[in-house]
Design a protein around this ligand. Structure first.
Ligand code: IVH
Length: 668
């Protein structure tokens, strides 16, 4: 095992402990739940793959549970039935017609998204979750209590619950979680899950619940089962309301509709927007809402007559994999992608699909010339699932990762123990282009108007070589170029000027230092106070910053050791970029005790940059004007309420020039 894995595990543990403290003890989390979950998942997976690294004091050991016994059989309190399917709206209508033979009068339909996960039954005794079971054969399921206890959205304790309550619902894996899981699986050379449903099933049917705990599963309740001494209800939707009151998650998209026409509308609407949510669905479950009507309808041996599953058409198609090529990113990373015979999948035409890295290509065993299954998963990102082996040509050969960069001809190399392959060219034009695009991108210096096309154009014209040239563009020449009118030149100039004042964390992100993301940059900027401090710091000092750790520290240190990077930094300094962090102690604290409100758009400062500049000098910058406001800085199109309030309270109003004097001198 390489020592980098161990380093990473320790770094993750340290980060998670730090964020646990911020969240639970300080009530002041620094990162989003999703970012936190990603750290925990990565750690759990590394520990799973390297059992020798597990430790009792690891944060993961405190989430999961001891390995369970074999799955014990669980007899369901009543049978868990399945559903009949309707493959078209006609079949849905036919189901409606059949029901008229059994009941007369108005029928209300409860419509629910048919989540693609697995059915479970939960038993609560005295409000406490005591048992969870899979459907199994419908009569006897498997005991998966330990694993279900690790699912965050399944409450372990219900408020005001009856002595016995059975709930049925779906355990599933959100699409985003599925994507991340497969990335980690491939990196580890492990087998990939074909879809979120398989991943959910594979995760819940584990002996060791620590594995389940690392696999972010979720749950929606869709049916009230047996209840002792509970309230009684006449309608299905009321039972769901009751489950929600008890604290169980119920899908908010459920609707009760008065006619089959309205049900059609619901089905069509969701078929179109099925990817607008972070879970997969394969249809709509339509249920009779009135529970007395359900009794009259009864069931066949397999399924109730009062419900049906309207199935969406599948979002998988077969097509020809014409070729596999690689694209080069800003760090030189060579990413293989599939060139497909264009095919309509899930409402759009797919011609290209990423294959992520060499291991993914190998894990999927896709080869040029194969007929492959293309699938629309999550959002709109198409994916190659795998080859149709029965259609593979006898002379087909496994694909080989190219040895040479298609952009610059330098060698492509993959380091031992890493999943990614890199272009080794020191002057690869594609890398250069992508670095500039990234620097000017959203997470970086956010320069509107400097996207990929413009960067390509400027590179082609010899106007740009590296990111520092952004601040020394030959505007006279740009004005002579096609597509650059006065207005677009002016806008780009303004955007570049504003970018100089972006927070230090954005600059750090923009530099594209390996392993350093948004969260790490913020922590660093705050802890070190300025770019110069970061550059001067030793590796140990950097690693000692809470939330940084050895991997990022080494990467930072290496980056700033390199002469060409140091020269770049000096050029950026000369261009006037902000090198000061939010708490730079070298800045005179001229605004201490002062409260400055900013409203409207300033020319040189984005809103966040203006607020950071105030805070960096010891001041406060609240969102509203009050008696204690020292001054209000007003840009273009200010908030009317703030302006009026400032005038009412006779608070000084500053323009941008006065604001800059204020930052320097502290006086209004
Ligand atoms: S009701 C007797 N509601 O679909 C009624 N099922 O093919 C049983 N499913 O095994 C199920 N979402 O795993 C119901 N809102 C929903 C559902 C749902 C997904 C699954 C469930 C069931 C399968 C039926």
């Amino acid at each position: 095992m390489s020592s980098t894995v161990q380093d990473r595990v320790e770094e993750l543990r340290e980060q998670i402990r730090y964020h646990n403290k911020r969240y639970h003890q300080d009530d002041d989390p620094e990162i989003s739940d999703a970012e936190y979950d990603a750290l925990v998942r990565e750690l759990a997976l590394l520990e799973e793959q390297h059992p020798e690294l597990t430790a009792d004091d690891s944060p993961t050991a405190q989430v999961g549970f001891a390995p369970s016994e074999m799955f014990a059989p669980v007899r369901h309190l009543s049978r868990m039935m399945s559903l009949d399917n309707a493959m078209s709206l006609e079949e849905l209508n036919a189901w409606g017609k059949r029901m008229e033979r059994f009941i007369t009068g108005q029928i209300d339909f409860a419509c629910e998204l048919k989540l693609d996960g697995l059915a479970v039954s939960l038993i609560y005794e005295g409000g406490q979750l005591v048992r969870a079971a899979t459907r199994g054969d419908g009569t006897v399921g498997e005991d998966i209590t330990h694993n279900v206890l690790t699912i965050k959205s399944v409450p372990q304790q219900l408020q005001n619950a009856p002595p016995l309550l059975e709930v049925r619902g779906e355990v599933f894996m959100p699409v985003s979680a599925f994507t991340r899981l497969n990335e980690l699986q491939a990196r580890a050379g492990e087998r990939l899950f074909a879809n979120p449903r398989n991943a959910a099933a594979g995760s819940i049917r584990q002996k060791d619940s620590r594995i389940t705990a690392g696999r972010e599963l979720a749950f929606f309740a869709y049916q009230l089962g047996q209840v002792q001494q509970g309230p009684s209800f006449a309608r299905h939707h009321q039972t769901l309301g009751y489950l929600k009151e008890l604290g169980l998650p119920v899908n908010p998209e459920n609707r009760v509709l008065p006619s089959l026409e309205a049900v059609h509308g619901y089905c069509q609407e969701w078929q179109e927007k099925r990817h607008s949510v972070d879970y997969e669905m394969d249809g709509v479950v339509v249920k009779v809402d009135d529970l007395a009507q359900r009794l009259e309808l009864g069931a066949t041996s397999k399924a109730p007559r009062w419900a049906i599953a309207f199935k969406f058409p599948p979002e998988e198609r077969n097509t020809l994999l014409r070729d596999i090529m690689v694209s080069i990113g800003r760090s030189g990373k060579a990413t293989p992608f599939a060139v497909l015979e264009p095919v309509r999948v899930g409402g759009s035409t797919v011609g290209l699909a990423t294959l992520h890295n060499e291991d993914q290509v190998r894990a999927k065993d896709v080869r040029p010339g194969d007929t492959v299954i293309v699938r629309k998963a999550g959002d709109v990102i198409p994916e190659v699932v795998g080859p149709v082996l029965s259609l593979r040509k006898p002379d087909s050969q496994p694909w080989q990762f190219p040895r040479i960069c298609p952009e610059c001809g330098a060698a492509l190399e993959r380091a031992v123990g890493e999943s990614d392959t890199y272009c080794t060219g020191s002057d690869c034009p594609k890398q250069r282009e992508q670095r500039i695009v990234y620097f000017a991108g959203r997470g970086g210096l956010d320069i509107a108007g400097l996207g990929e096309r413009t960067v390509q154009l400027f590179l082609h014209e010899g106007l740009l070589k590296d990111v520092s040239d952004i601040y020394n563009l030959d505007w006279a020449r740009i004005r002579r170029m096609e597509n650059f009118g006065d207005l677009s030149v002016q806008n780009l100039q303004n955007a570049i000027e504003t970018s100089k004042q972006r927070p230090l964390a954005n600059l750090l992100v923009g530099l594209g230092i390996r392993h350093l993301g948004g969260a790490g940059s913020q922590v660093l900027a705050r802890a070190m106070g300025s770019l110069d401090k970061i550059i001067q710091a030793s590796e140990e000092e950097l690693a000692a910053v809470e939330g940084v750790g050895p991997v990022i520290a080494t990467s930072l240190h290496t980056f700033f050791q390199q002469e060409h990077n140091r020269q770049l930094i000096e050029r950026l300094r000369a261009a006037g970029l902000n090198f000061a962090g939010p708490g730079d102690p070298t800045l005179p604290q001229v605004l201490k005790g002062k409260s400055i409100v900013v409203t409207g758009t300033l020319e040189k400062y984005s809103r966040e940059a203006a607020e950071e500049a105030i805070k960096a000098r010891g001041g406060k910058s609240p969102g509203s004007v009050s008696k204690s406001t020292t001054a209000v800085v007003v840009g273009e199109a200010p908030g009317a309420a703030k302006l009026t309030k400032a005038q009412e309270l006779k608070i000084p109003i500053l323009d941008e020039a006065a604001f800059e004097r204020l930052l320097e001198t502290g006086s209004v």
